[in-house]
Design a protein around this ligand. Structure first.
Ligand SMILES: C[S@@+](CC[C@H](N)C(=O)[O-])C[C@H]1O[C@@H](n2cnc3c(N)ncnc32)[C@H](O)[C@@H]1O
Length: 344
C-alpha cells in the first residue's frame, strides 16, 4: 500500500493553500499561524489542527510531532509577503519579517520533509534571501524548481502573479502546466450573487457584506465606469492629491471591475472602494467579502465566522487577500501527487 501524503502548513491563514492542497489529494494535518482570527475558518473548513503560535519561536521537534508516524511529509510555508511588496520595500519592512524565510529554511533543515513548497510575490525571486534559501535547499539534497505563475492561466479570475517554489528529496519536481484555455471572468465568479447595497449584507450569507461608502465616495462610484479611473469624474470629485500633477500617476484607485475581464489582484484592502480597482462592476459599492473570497477561488460556502456572529470586515478581508488562491493550492497539491507517482 502506498504511504499517505501529509502536509503541515506554516503561516496557514484562513486555509487557502491548505484547502487547495486537500483538493489536490494531499492530507493536511495541521496549520500554524500567529493570528487567532484564523482558527475558526481553518478548523471549520480544513478539519485539521490549528496551532496558534509565532513560527519564530517554534522548534523543529514541535512541528515534527504534528506529523503522523507514516507518510510522505510535505512542509508548506507561505511566509508573509509584506516585506517583499513594492509598498513595504519603499516604506521599509517591519523588523523580523525577513527572518521568517530563514526560520522556515531552518525548520526544513532540521525536519527534512520529503517535499517543501512555498508561495510568495514574484519579486522575491530577485532578492538575496531567496537565492540563499534555494541554495541551502539544494546543498541539503533537494531538487528545486520555482516559477512565476500568472493565476489567470490556471482558471483563477484574477490578475494575480505569484512565485511558487517546489522542492523534493525524491527527484525532479515541477508545477503542472496550465490546462484551462479560457479566462474565467468576474462575471463567471460573482455574477450570480444577489445584489446588495454599500453597508449591507445579504440575509442569506452574512459574508456577502459590503463596506459603507461616505457620501463623496458614493458620488464618485456613481460616475465610475467599469475598467475606468477617477479621471472619468468631474474635477470637483477628484481627491486633492489627484488634482495635483504629482498625483496623476495613480490611476489604479477608485476603479470599478469589468464583468468580462479578470479581477485585479485581490489585496487585504479589497473591501475599500478607494484602495484599488475594487468597485463592483455595476452596483454602487466595493465588492463584498464573499465576492473577494470567490475571486480568490474559495468555495462559496467557505465559513469565516461562526453563524450569527458579527462579521469583522477588515480582519476577514485580510485573511482573504492574504490567501493563496485555493485553485493555485490545488495545482500545487496535484503537482506534488504527480511527482510522487513519477518517483515511487
Ligand atoms: C501570506 S499569509 C498566508 C496565507 C495562507 N497560506 C493561505 O493560503 O490562506 C501569511 C500569514 O502569516 C501569518 N504570520 C505572520 N507572521 C507570523 C509569525 N511570526 N508566525 C506565524 N504566523 C505568522 C499571518 O497571520 C498570515 O496569516
Amino acid at each position: 500500500m502506498q504511504q499517505p501524503v501529509v502536509a503541515i502548513d506554516l503561516f496557514c491563514g484562513a486555509g487557502g493553500l491548505s484547502r487547495g492542497l486537500q483538493d489536490g489529494g494531499v492530507r493536511v494535518v495541521a496549520g500554524i499561524d500567529v493570528d487567532p482570527a484564523c482558527r475558526y475558518p481553518y478548523e471549520t473548513n480544513i478539519g485539521a489542527t490549528f496551532v496558534e503560535e509565532d513560527v519564530t519561536g517554534l522548534s523543529a521537534k514541535s512541528v515534527e510531532a504534528l506529523f503522523p508516524a507514516d507518510g510522505v511529509r510535505v512542509l508548506a510555508g507561505c511566509t508573509p509577503c509584506q516585506p517583499f511588496s513594492t509598498y513595504t520595500r519603499t516604506k521599509g519592512a517591519r523588523k523580523g519579517e525577513w527572518e521568517l524565510l530563514a526560520k522556515f529554511g531552518e525548520l526544513v533543515d532540521n525536519i527534512r520533509p520529503e517535499i517543501v513548497t512555498m508561495e510568495n510575490v514574484p519579486r522575491l525571486e530577485r532578492h538575496q534571501s531567496f537565492s540563499d534559501y534555494t541554495r541551502k535547499l539544494e546543498d541539503a539534497g533537494y531538487r528545486c524548481s520555482f516559477q512565476k505563475v500568472r493565476c489567470i492561466q490556471y482558471g483563477i479570475p484574477q490578475m494575480r502573479e505569484r512565485l511558487v517554489l517546489l522542492a523534493s528529496t525524491l527527484g525532479v519536481i515541477e508545477l503542472l502546466s496550465p490546462e484551462k484555455p479560457n479566462t474565467v471572468t468576474v462575471r463567471d465568479a460573482i455574477g450570480y450573487l444577489p445584489p446588495i447595497k454599500a453597508g449591507e449584507s445579504s440575509p442569506d450569507d452574512s459574508v456577502h457584506k459590503a463596506s459603507t461608502l461616505a457620501s463623496q465616495n458614493m458620488k464618485r462610484i456613481r460616475r465610475s465606469k467599469p475598467g475606468g479611473t477617477w479621471r472619468d469624474w468631474e474635477p470637483d470629485l477628484r481627491a486633492p492629491c489627484h488634482r495635483k500633477q504629482s498625483g496623476q500617476t495613480y490611476p489604479g484607485v477608485y476603479g470599478r471591475m469589468e464583468w468580462d475581464a479578470p479581477a485585479p489582484t485581490i489585496t487585504t484592502q479589497f473591501h475599500g472602494y478607494g484602495n484599488g480597482r475594487f468597485g463592483h462592476p455595476e452596483q454602487h459599492r466595493a465588492i463584498s467579502l464573499r465576492e473577494g473570497a470567490l475571486l480568490q477561488t474559495f468555495p462559496e460556502d467557505y465559513a469565516f465566522v461562526p453563524e450569527g456572529m458579527s462579521v469583522p470586515v477588515s480582519s476577514i478581508a485580510r485573511m482573504i487577500g492574504n490567501a493563496v488562491p485555493v485553485r493555485l493550492g490545488e495545482v500545487i497539491g496535484r503537482s506534488i501527487m504527480a511527482h510522487l507517482r513519477n518517483v515511487r
